[in-house]
Design a protein around this ligand. Structure first.
Ligand SMILES: NC(=O)c1ccc[n+]([C@@H]2O[C@H](COP(=O)([O-])OP(=O)(O)OC[C@H]3O[C@@H](n4cnc5c(N)ncnc54)[C@H](O)[C@@H]3O)[C@@H](O)[C@H]2O)c1
Length: 335
């Protein structure tokens, strides 16, 4: 039986990936320190005989090496994620997001096995091109602005993984996720959809940062997980970087209005400046739309679920959490 290691498997995307892998008959090892993940995310599969959950940090090198060597394939999702966490501890972000990939790659160099690396649209930084293609330039801000350390750390992961593919033949596939959303994502670390849904459910106002004209594309986590699995089964995907997400753009203001329409049309919207939400000098990206040509040509992938499906699923999940009296984390005052 094929054994998959999923780092960050108790997280939002990781837990959906774990369910999908188990459904395909894999044995799955989850390695997660629950820093932003939640063991409850694995409730649906908790008693699955082929699931092993290891509560440990990927920064524990010897342990990470051990678990990598138990697996036939690795999905590396564990990372410091979310604007607020990154701004709070840039040094930890760099350490957690970069050092473990070196350990993983060193083990895979000894015994090559497939690796999926979760990267991010953030690596494009301030590149104004629309839509963004995988070969476009990365245009990051100054090192004095800690926000860029997340993008920088993920870009470094990509460089290292691609270099090891080129020099040692490690079969790596890289997915740059663009705003993945759905059930189990929490608003605490600045994720916009669960935050808007929670604020609307609580009677508002829904807090929009800046003028709300920032453009994003939101993809349902189920569609993204399908994409990850298809990429990992496709020999033509090896050694390549793929944008992974939706290419249907919407402004953040329109997103707030859509959430309000679904949850409660009486709720109001309030705009607050970025400086108030984050810190003085915070830089946001105006527009981020992926070019999905490479993805579509490689795995014939298309979204099956739209924004309203996403919002409904997030609402259902938040209601279920409330009903089971597992506290949904507080909506943040920024994010
Ligand atoms: N959600 C998105 O829209 C999005 C966009 C771009 C990239 N990504 C990437 O996707 C991956 C998963 O993100 P997510 O949205 O599911 O966030 P998440 O916070 O739910 O998942 C990250 C998981 O990694 C775990 N983790 C963090 N540090 C760890 C450590 N030191 N040791 C072990 N486990 C650790 C956390 O506990 C959590 O379960 C991340 O690599 C992230 O950078 C996500």
């Amino acid at each position: 039986m094929r054994i998959s290691l999923v780092t960050g498997g108790a997280g939002f995307i990781g837990s959906h990936l774990v369910e999908a892998l188990l459904a395909r008959g894999r044995k799955v090892i989850v390695l997660d320190d629950l820093s932003t993940g939640n063991i409850g995310n694995l409730d649906t599969v908790r008693h699955h005989p082929q699931l092993q959950v290891v509560l440990d940090s990927i920064s524990n090198e010897d342990h990470l090496r051990h678990w990598v060597n138990q697996a036939d394939e690795i999905y590396h999702l564990a990372a410091v994620v979310g604007v607020q966490l990154v701004l709070r501890d840039p040094a930890r972000t760099a350490a957690i997001n970069v050092n473990p990939i070196e350990t993983i790659l060193a083990e895979l160099a000894r015994h090559p096995r497939p690796l999926f690396l979760a990267s991010t649209s953030e690596v494009y930084g301030k590149n104004p091109r629309t839509p963004l293609r995988e070969d476009d330039d990365l245009l990051l801000g100054p090192t004095a602005k800690s926000r860029w350390i997340y993008a920088c750390s993920k870009a470094l992961d990509e460089y290292l993984a691609l270099a090891e593919h080129a020099h040692r033949g490690i079969p790596v596939t890289i997915g740059r996720f663009f705003n993945v959303v759905g059930p189990r994502q929490i608003g605490r670390y600045g994720m916009v959809v669960p935050r808007f849904v929670e604020q609307a459910r609580q009677g508002g106002p829904v807090i929009v940062h800046g003028d709300g004209q920032q453009i994003r594309c939101f993809a349902h986590v189920h569609d993204v997980v399908r994409g990850i699995l298809a990429l990992m089964e496709c020999p033509a995907a090896v050694g390549k970087v793929f944008n992974l997400g939706s290419d249907s753009p919407i402004t953040i203001r329109q997103l707030a209005e859509t959430v309000i329409n679904v949850v409660d049309p009486r709720v109001s919207i309030q705009h607050i400046p970025y400086e108030q939400a984050y810190s003085p000098g915070y830089e946001d990206i105006r527009c981020r739309i992926p070019d999905l040509t490479r993805l579509r040509q490689t795995i014939a992938h298309d979204a099956r679920l739209g924004l309203e499906d996403i919002i409904r699923d997030v609402i259902d999940w938040q209601h279920r959490m409330l009903a089971s009296q597992t506290a949904v984390p507080d909506a943040p005052d920024a994010g």
